[in-house]
Design a protein around this ligand. Structure first.
Ligand SMILES: [Zn+2]
Ligand SMILES: [Zn+2]
Ligand SMILES: [Zn+2]
Length: 331
Protein backbone atom coordinates (compact mmCIF):
# COMPACT_ATOMS: atom_id res chain seq x y z
CA UNK A 1 0.00 0.00 0.00
CA UNK A 2 1.13 3.61 -0.44
CA UNK A 3 3.09 5.26 2.32
CA UNK A 4 0.35 7.42 3.73
CA UNK A 5 0.20 8.99 7.15
CA UNK A 6 -2.87 10.60 8.60
CA UNK A 7 -2.36 13.88 10.43
CA UNK A 8 -5.10 13.87 13.11
CA UNK A 9 -4.56 17.56 13.82
CA UNK A 10 -5.23 18.80 10.27
CA UNK A 11 -7.32 15.71 9.56
CA UNK A 12 -5.62 15.12 6.25
CA UNK A 13 -3.44 12.53 4.59
CA UNK A 14 0.22 13.08 3.73
CA UNK A 15 1.89 10.84 1.11
CA UNK A 16 5.54 9.85 1.42
CA UNK A 17 7.27 9.14 -1.87
CA UNK A 18 10.94 9.24 -0.98
CA UNK A 19 12.12 7.65 -4.24
CA UNK A 20 10.80 10.74 -6.01
CA UNK A 21 13.79 12.69 -4.74
CA UNK A 22 15.96 10.77 -7.19
CA UNK A 23 13.63 11.05 -10.16
CA UNK A 24 14.75 12.28 -13.52
CA UNK A 25 15.19 16.05 -13.36
CA UNK A 26 15.15 18.02 -16.61
CA UNK A 27 17.43 15.67 -18.54
CA UNK A 28 19.13 17.53 -21.38
CA UNK A 29 20.16 14.68 -23.65
CA UNK A 30 17.31 12.21 -23.26
CA UNK A 31 13.55 12.37 -22.85
CA UNK A 32 11.83 9.38 -21.23
CA UNK A 33 8.49 10.46 -22.77
CA UNK A 34 9.62 10.66 -26.41
CA UNK A 35 8.82 7.59 -28.53
CA UNK A 36 11.99 5.47 -28.69
CA UNK A 37 10.81 2.54 -30.85
CA UNK A 38 10.75 -1.16 -29.97
CA UNK A 39 13.45 -1.95 -27.41
CA UNK A 40 14.23 1.75 -27.00
CA UNK A 41 15.38 3.45 -23.82
CA UNK A 42 12.37 5.67 -23.10
CA UNK A 43 9.15 4.78 -21.28
CA UNK A 44 7.34 4.77 -24.63
CA UNK A 45 8.80 1.99 -26.78
CA UNK A 46 6.74 2.83 -29.84
CA UNK A 47 7.63 4.50 -33.14
CA UNK A 48 4.86 7.02 -32.66
CA UNK A 49 1.48 7.42 -30.98
CA UNK A 50 -1.33 9.90 -30.50
CA UNK A 51 -1.86 9.76 -26.74
CA UNK A 52 -0.21 7.17 -24.51
CA UNK A 53 -0.78 6.26 -20.85
CA UNK A 54 1.67 4.39 -18.63
CA UNK A 55 2.41 3.84 -14.97
CA UNK A 56 4.50 6.54 -13.36
CA UNK A 57 7.90 5.11 -12.48
CA UNK A 58 8.11 7.50 -9.56
CA UNK A 59 4.58 7.57 -8.17
CA UNK A 60 3.44 9.47 -5.15
CA UNK A 61 0.84 6.78 -4.55
CA UNK A 62 0.95 3.09 -5.39
CA UNK A 63 1.97 -0.18 -3.85
CA UNK A 64 4.79 -1.46 -6.02
CA UNK A 65 7.32 1.28 -5.83
CA UNK A 66 10.26 -0.84 -4.72
CA UNK A 67 10.64 -2.89 -7.89
CA UNK A 68 11.81 0.15 -9.85
CA UNK A 69 10.09 -1.23 -12.93
CA UNK A 70 7.11 -0.01 -14.83
CA UNK A 71 4.24 -2.04 -13.50
CA UNK A 72 0.50 -1.82 -13.37
CA UNK A 73 -0.15 -1.92 -9.64
CA UNK A 74 -2.98 -4.12 -8.46
CA UNK A 75 -4.51 -1.32 -6.40
CA UNK A 76 -4.00 2.44 -6.39
CA UNK A 77 -2.03 3.77 -9.29
CA UNK A 78 -0.26 6.80 -10.65
CA UNK A 79 -0.36 7.18 -14.40
CA UNK A 80 1.37 9.48 -16.85
CA UNK A 81 -0.61 10.62 -19.90
CA UNK A 82 1.65 11.74 -22.74
CA UNK A 83 -0.30 14.14 -24.96
CA UNK A 84 1.78 13.90 -28.13
CA UNK A 85 5.01 12.32 -29.45
CA UNK A 86 6.29 15.84 -30.20
CA UNK A 87 8.64 16.92 -27.46
CA UNK A 88 8.42 20.68 -27.87
CA UNK A 89 4.64 21.06 -28.08
CA UNK A 90 2.34 22.18 -25.27
CA UNK A 91 -1.32 21.47 -24.60
CA UNK A 92 -2.16 24.94 -25.95
CA UNK A 93 -0.53 24.06 -29.28
CA UNK A 94 -2.15 20.68 -29.86
CA UNK A 95 -4.70 20.22 -32.63
CA UNK A 96 -8.24 20.17 -31.24
CA UNK A 97 -8.69 16.55 -32.38
CA UNK A 98 -5.81 15.48 -30.16
CA UNK A 99 -7.29 17.20 -27.13
CA UNK A 100 -10.63 15.61 -27.97
CA UNK A 101 -8.86 12.22 -27.89
CA UNK A 102 -7.18 13.16 -24.63
CA UNK A 103 -10.62 13.73 -23.11
CA UNK A 104 -11.66 10.23 -24.17
CA UNK A 105 -8.49 8.88 -22.55
CA UNK A 106 -9.24 10.77 -19.32
CA UNK A 107 -12.82 9.45 -19.35
CA UNK A 108 -11.56 5.92 -19.91
CA UNK A 109 -9.02 6.15 -17.08
CA UNK A 110 -11.63 7.73 -14.77
CA UNK A 111 -13.97 4.82 -15.39
CA UNK A 112 -11.39 2.05 -15.25
CA UNK A 113 -9.44 3.29 -12.24
CA UNK A 114 -12.62 4.43 -10.53
CA UNK A 115 -14.13 0.95 -10.87
CA UNK A 116 -11.47 -0.45 -8.54
CA UNK A 117 -12.82 -1.05 -5.06
CA UNK A 118 -9.84 0.67 -3.42
CA UNK A 119 -9.94 3.86 -5.50
CA UNK A 120 -12.07 6.60 -3.94
CA UNK A 121 -11.01 9.45 -6.22
CA UNK A 122 -9.47 9.68 -9.69
CA UNK A 123 -7.51 12.90 -9.72
CA UNK A 124 -6.57 14.11 -13.23
CA UNK A 125 -4.15 17.01 -13.47
CA UNK A 126 -1.31 18.63 -15.35
CA UNK A 127 1.71 20.45 -13.99
CA UNK A 128 3.23 22.65 -16.67
CA UNK A 129 6.46 24.60 -16.52
CA UNK A 130 9.61 24.74 -14.43
CA UNK A 131 8.01 27.36 -12.16
CA UNK A 132 5.57 24.63 -11.11
CA UNK A 133 8.44 22.21 -10.49
CA UNK A 134 8.00 20.12 -13.62
CA UNK A 135 10.85 17.68 -14.11
CA UNK A 136 10.11 16.76 -17.74
CA UNK A 137 9.15 19.26 -20.43
CA UNK A 138 7.52 16.77 -22.82
CA UNK A 139 3.78 17.61 -22.77
CA UNK A 140 2.09 15.29 -20.33
CA UNK A 141 -0.36 15.14 -17.48
CA UNK A 142 -0.86 12.78 -14.61
CA UNK A 143 -3.58 10.74 -12.96
CA UNK A 144 -3.55 9.74 -9.30
CA UNK A 145 -5.97 7.01 -8.31
CA UNK A 146 -6.36 7.95 -4.67
CA UNK A 147 -7.62 5.75 -1.84
CA UNK A 148 -9.38 8.74 -0.26
CA UNK A 149 -11.20 11.88 -1.45
CA UNK A 150 -8.57 14.65 -1.32
CA UNK A 151 -9.36 17.65 0.88
CA UNK A 152 -10.11 20.31 -1.76
CA UNK A 153 -12.55 17.99 -3.53
CA UNK A 154 -14.02 16.92 -0.19
CA UNK A 155 -14.56 20.55 0.88
CA UNK A 156 -16.27 21.42 -2.42
CA UNK A 157 -18.46 18.34 -2.25
CA UNK A 158 -19.48 19.09 1.34
CA UNK A 159 -20.44 22.66 0.37
CA UNK A 160 -22.36 21.35 -2.64
CA UNK A 161 -24.15 18.78 -0.50
CA UNK A 162 -25.17 21.43 2.06
CA UNK A 163 -26.38 23.75 -0.72
CA UNK A 164 -28.37 20.96 -2.32
CA UNK A 165 -29.96 20.11 1.01
CA UNK A 166 -31.01 23.69 1.69
CA UNK A 167 -31.99 24.80 -1.85
CA UNK A 168 -32.53 21.61 -3.85
CA UNK A 169 -30.11 22.96 -6.46
CA UNK A 170 -26.50 22.36 -7.48
CA UNK A 171 -24.06 24.87 -5.96
CA UNK A 172 -21.87 24.78 -9.06
CA UNK A 173 -24.83 25.27 -11.42
CA UNK A 174 -25.84 28.29 -9.33
CA UNK A 175 -22.30 29.74 -9.35
CA UNK A 176 -22.07 29.14 -13.08
CA UNK A 177 -25.36 30.87 -13.85
CA UNK A 178 -24.27 33.91 -11.83
CA UNK A 179 -21.04 34.08 -13.90
CA UNK A 180 -22.71 33.82 -17.33
CA UNK A 181 -22.83 37.30 -18.87
CA UNK A 182 -21.05 38.68 -15.79
CA UNK A 183 -17.79 40.65 -15.64
CA UNK A 184 -15.62 37.61 -14.98
CA UNK A 185 -16.83 35.48 -17.90
CA UNK A 186 -14.16 34.63 -20.49
CA UNK A 187 -16.44 32.78 -22.89
CA UNK A 188 -19.45 30.50 -23.04
CA UNK A 189 -20.47 28.28 -25.95
CA UNK A 190 -23.23 25.69 -26.32
CA UNK A 191 -21.96 23.40 -23.60
CA UNK A 192 -18.94 24.95 -21.84
CA UNK A 193 -18.21 28.18 -19.99
CA UNK A 194 -14.96 29.62 -18.61
CA UNK A 195 -14.59 32.38 -16.03
CA UNK A 196 -12.31 33.81 -13.40
CA UNK A 197 -14.09 32.81 -10.19
CA UNK A 198 -15.48 35.47 -7.90
CA UNK A 199 -13.12 34.40 -5.11
CA UNK A 200 -10.09 33.53 -7.29
CA UNK A 201 -7.04 32.65 -5.19
CA UNK A 202 -4.56 33.02 -8.04
CA UNK A 203 -4.58 36.24 -10.09
CA UNK A 204 -5.26 34.45 -13.39
CA UNK A 205 -7.21 31.49 -12.05
CA UNK A 206 -9.80 30.22 -14.54
CA UNK A 207 -12.48 27.57 -14.11
CA UNK A 208 -14.02 25.69 -17.04
CA UNK A 209 -17.47 24.19 -16.50
CA UNK A 210 -19.84 22.06 -18.53
CA UNK A 211 -23.10 24.03 -18.56
CA UNK A 212 -25.09 20.86 -18.10
CA UNK A 213 -25.04 19.30 -14.62
CA UNK A 214 -22.53 16.48 -15.24
CA UNK A 215 -20.78 14.64 -12.42
CA UNK A 216 -17.71 13.31 -14.17
CA UNK A 217 -15.71 13.40 -17.36
CA UNK A 218 -17.16 10.01 -18.22
CA UNK A 219 -20.66 11.53 -18.33
CA UNK A 220 -19.88 14.10 -21.05
CA UNK A 221 -21.50 13.39 -24.41
CA UNK A 222 -19.65 13.67 -27.73
CA UNK A 223 -20.59 17.31 -28.37
CA UNK A 224 -19.59 18.30 -24.85
CA UNK A 225 -16.25 16.53 -25.20
CA UNK A 226 -15.55 18.45 -28.40
CA UNK A 227 -16.50 21.72 -26.70
CA UNK A 228 -14.36 20.91 -23.65
CA UNK A 229 -11.38 20.26 -25.94
CA UNK A 230 -11.90 23.67 -27.54
CA UNK A 231 -12.37 25.33 -24.15
CA UNK A 232 -9.14 23.90 -22.68
CA UNK A 233 -7.21 25.00 -25.78
CA UNK A 234 -8.78 28.41 -25.58
CA UNK A 235 -7.87 28.95 -21.92
CA UNK A 236 -4.28 27.69 -22.27
CA UNK A 237 -3.87 29.64 -25.53
CA UNK A 238 -5.23 32.81 -23.93
CA UNK A 239 -2.63 32.60 -21.17
CA UNK A 240 0.14 32.29 -23.77
CA UNK A 241 -1.18 35.30 -25.66
CA UNK A 242 -1.65 37.36 -22.51
CA UNK A 243 1.80 36.75 -21.06
CA UNK A 244 3.62 36.42 -24.40
CA UNK A 245 5.26 33.13 -23.46
CA UNK A 246 4.28 29.53 -22.92
CA UNK A 247 2.59 30.03 -19.56
CA UNK A 248 3.07 27.58 -16.71
CA UNK A 249 0.02 26.41 -14.81
CA UNK A 250 -1.52 23.71 -12.71
CA UNK A 251 -4.63 22.27 -14.37
CA UNK A 252 -6.83 20.34 -11.92
CA UNK A 253 -9.98 18.36 -12.68
CA UNK A 254 -12.60 18.12 -9.93
CA UNK A 255 -15.39 15.59 -10.30
CA UNK A 256 -17.42 12.89 -8.56
CA UNK A 257 -15.56 10.50 -6.27
CA UNK A 258 -15.51 6.81 -7.21
CA UNK A 259 -15.96 5.43 -3.71
CA UNK A 260 -19.15 3.54 -4.45
CA UNK A 261 -21.47 6.21 -3.08
CA UNK A 262 -23.69 8.36 -5.28
CA UNK A 263 -22.65 11.99 -5.70
CA UNK A 264 -25.60 13.90 -7.18
CA UNK A 265 -24.03 17.15 -5.90
CA UNK A 266 -20.80 16.69 -7.90
CA UNK A 267 -20.38 18.90 -10.98
CA UNK A 268 -17.35 18.31 -13.17
CA UNK A 269 -15.02 21.28 -13.71
CA UNK A 270 -11.42 22.06 -14.58
CA UNK A 271 -9.44 24.68 -12.65
CA UNK A 272 -6.32 26.42 -13.98
CA UNK A 273 -3.85 28.09 -11.62
CA UNK A 274 -1.03 29.92 -13.40
CA UNK A 275 1.61 31.06 -10.87
CA UNK A 276 2.32 34.39 -12.58
CA UNK A 277 0.83 37.61 -11.23
CA UNK A 278 2.64 39.61 -13.93
CA UNK A 279 4.75 38.48 -16.88
CA UNK A 280 7.87 39.07 -14.77
CA UNK A 281 6.57 38.17 -11.31
CA UNK A 282 5.40 34.96 -9.72
CA UNK A 283 2.92 34.73 -6.90
CA UNK A 284 4.60 32.82 -4.10
CA UNK A 285 2.68 31.06 -1.40
CA UNK A 286 3.99 32.56 1.82
CA UNK A 287 3.08 33.17 5.45
CA UNK A 288 -0.60 33.91 5.07
CA UNK A 289 -1.31 31.21 2.46
CA UNK A 290 0.90 28.49 3.96
CA UNK A 291 0.65 29.34 7.63
CA UNK A 292 -2.95 30.52 7.87
CA UNK A 293 -4.58 28.98 4.80
CA UNK A 294 -5.89 32.31 3.49
CA UNK A 295 -4.98 33.49 0.01
CA UNK A 296 -4.03 37.10 -0.57
CA UNK A 297 -4.61 38.05 -4.22
CA UNK A 298 -3.07 41.31 -5.51
CA UNK A 299 -5.53 41.65 -8.37
CA UNK A 300 -9.30 41.86 -8.75
CA UNK A 301 -10.80 38.88 -10.60
CA UNK A 302 -12.88 41.30 -12.75
CA UNK A 303 -9.67 43.03 -13.90
CA UNK A 304 -7.78 39.85 -14.76
CA UNK A 305 -10.87 38.53 -16.55
CA UNK A 306 -10.94 41.72 -18.68
CA UNK A 307 -7.23 41.31 -19.44
CA UNK A 308 -7.74 37.70 -20.49
CA UNK A 309 -10.73 38.62 -22.71
CA UNK A 310 -8.54 41.22 -24.42
CA UNK A 311 -5.71 38.70 -24.86
CA UNK A 312 -8.12 36.13 -26.33
CA UNK A 313 -8.96 38.58 -29.13
CA UNK A 314 -5.29 39.00 -30.08
CA UNK A 315 -3.83 37.06 -32.95
CA UNK A 316 -1.70 34.18 -31.72
CA UNK A 317 1.94 35.29 -31.62
CA UNK A 318 3.67 32.74 -29.47
CA UNK A 319 1.53 29.83 -30.58
CA UNK A 320 2.12 28.14 -33.94
CA UNK A 321 -0.53 27.72 -36.60
CA UNK A 322 -3.36 25.47 -35.58
CA UNK A 323 -5.51 23.12 -37.56
CA UNK A 324 -8.68 24.47 -39.10
CA UNK A 325 -10.68 22.76 -36.38
CA UNK A 326 -8.74 24.49 -33.62
CA UNK A 327 -8.70 27.88 -35.33
CA UNK A 328 -12.46 28.18 -35.03
CA UNK A 329 -12.14 28.03 -31.24
CA UNK A 330 -10.26 31.32 -31.33
CA UNK A 331 -13.17 33.31 -32.74
ZN1 LIG B 1 10.21 14.17 -25.19
ZN1 LIG C 1 -24.42 21.37 -11.36
ZN1 LIG D 1 -13.11 22.74 -7.84
Amino acid sequence: MPDLRFDPIRREWVAYATERNDRTFLPTDFCPLCPSGAGGASEVQLDTFEVVVFENRFPAFGPDRNSGRVVRPPSTGCEVVVYTPEHTMTLAQLPVDRVRLLIDVWADRYQELGARADVAYVYIFENKGEEIGVTLHHPHGQIYAMPFVPPFAAAELQAARDHRKSTGRCLHCDELSSELDGPRLLFADDSMAAFVPNAARWPYEVHVYPRRHVGSIGDLDAAERADLASALLRVAGTYDKHFGFSTPYVMAMHQAPTDGQTWPEAHLHVEFYPPHRRADRLKHLAGVELGAGTFVNDTKPEDTAAQLRRAARKRPETTPARTTGAAKTLN
